[in-house]
Write a protein that binds this ligand. Structure first.
Ligand code: 5AD
Ligand code: FES
Length: 346
């Protein structure tokens, strides 16, 4: 199907297009200039030039899952595993708070060592010490009761990318022990409990088709998440996908812009994966409609160990250095980092 500039205006005005038009827009770079400009207009209407920062604390690289694309998968024996203690996590928060962070994102593999009780204890301690901050969890698929317990302990946001919304594609990326159905169940449970929910997907993961990407957008319309995180698939030598190609940088930017037009209110990070695939990736992500950056607050000693993919950036820098660097980058791109808690503007 051929599309023209008018479809981009239609996408802006209706926040939607028909499947074949969306697919055609995803598949062409012909309108990238207009697409990114329109996405930036919409982000400025809703969020001005503000960029929110989230302090990412990667507190465990142990994982019971075995996703074929992921470097911290269970069967990777070439990886030294680590777990941060409650005190180490609180120390990250303390440093982050001093640097202006008002959101802490606790991210980790699915690590049963951190029982619900331990997670609640950690979340409770952060909540008590920083009542003015948002606490985001990103620790994978759990029973609804666990999500409820974390929420009651003080967590208020949760990130869980759906990864791909197509059943057939999902099965090519994950072992049979995992299911798309359960992942979706988790996301809807999280919403019902009252979390601000983030989902998302990888761009250019092995065997992904344009139709798969359209299905991702349709799923997000059903979920209506507050946050949408996407990044290019990046290969890792110690996974079954070691010979697969990286996702496309340009296509990822195009998906960011399309997301901004479909979900004008959304919090969309310019991700580490985007900054890894291109030295100017995060700047370009912001200019294509992203409005969040997530610098690393993990202790420098463990950063290289949270290796989801090759060449991950910012693994050698102190948090303070990263935030300085990011400030410059964000300003260079034409925006401004703000230190507010940065809630969604629905
Ligand atoms: N390339 C890009 N992103 C990856 N993730 C995991 N492995 C990779 C990879 N090889 C993403 C997944 C996950 C998030 C924490 O990181 O989308 O949800
Ligand atoms: Fe980490 Fe630039 S953002 S060093």
């Amino acid at each position: 199907m051929r599309i023209s500039e008018s479809q981009i205006l239609e996408l802006k005005n209706n926040r939607d297009l028909k499947d074949p038009e969306l697919a055609a827009l995803i598949d062409t770079d012909e309108f990238d200039g207009l697409l990114f400009k329109t996405a930036d207009d919409v982000r400025r209407e809703h969020y001005g030039d503000e960029v929110y920062i989230r302090g990412l604390i990667e507190f465990t690289n142990c994982c019971k899952n075995n996703c074929y694309y992921c470097g911290i998968r269970r069967d990777n024996r070439n990886l030294e595993r680590y777990r941060l203690t409650k005190d180490e996590i609180l120390e990250c928060c303390r440093e982050g708070y001093g640097l202006g962070f008002r959101t802490f994102v606790l991210q980790g593999g699915e690590d049963p060592w951190y029982t619900d009780e331990i997670v609640c204890d950690i979340v409770g301690a952060i909540r008590k010490a920083y009542p003015d901050c948002a606490i985001t969890l990103s620790i994978g698929e759990k029973p609804r009761e666990s999500y409820q317990a974390f929420f009651d302990a003080g967590a208020n946001r949760y990130l869980l990318r759906h990864e791909t919304a197509s059943e057939e594609h999902y099965r090519k990326l994950h072992p049979g022990s995992m299911s798309l159905e359960n992942r979706k169940r988790c996301l809807f449970d999280l919403k019902e409990i009252g979390y601000q929910v983030g989902s998302g997907f990888m761009v250019g993961s092995p065997w992904q088709t344009t139709e798969n990407l359209v299905a991702d957008l349709r799923f997000l319309q059903k979920l209506s998440p507050d946050m949408i995180g996407i990044g290019p698939y990046l290969t890792h030598e110690d996974t079954p996908f070691r010979d697969m190609e990286n996702g496309s940088f340009k296509l990822t930017l195009r998906m960011v812009a399309i997301l901004r037009l479909m979900f004008p209110y959304a919090l969309i990070p310019s991700t580490t994966a985007l900054g890894t695939i291109d030295p100017m990736g995060r700047e370009m992500g912001l200019r294509a409609g992203a409005n969040v950056v997530m610098p690393n607050l993990s202790p420098v000693g463990v950063r290289k160990l949270y290796k989801l993919y090759e060449n991950k950036i910012c693994t050698g820098d102190e948090a303070a250095q990263c935030i300085e660097c990011l400030k410059r980058r964000v300003e260079f791109a034409g925006y401004r980092i703000v230190t507010s808690v940065g809630n969604v503007k629905r």
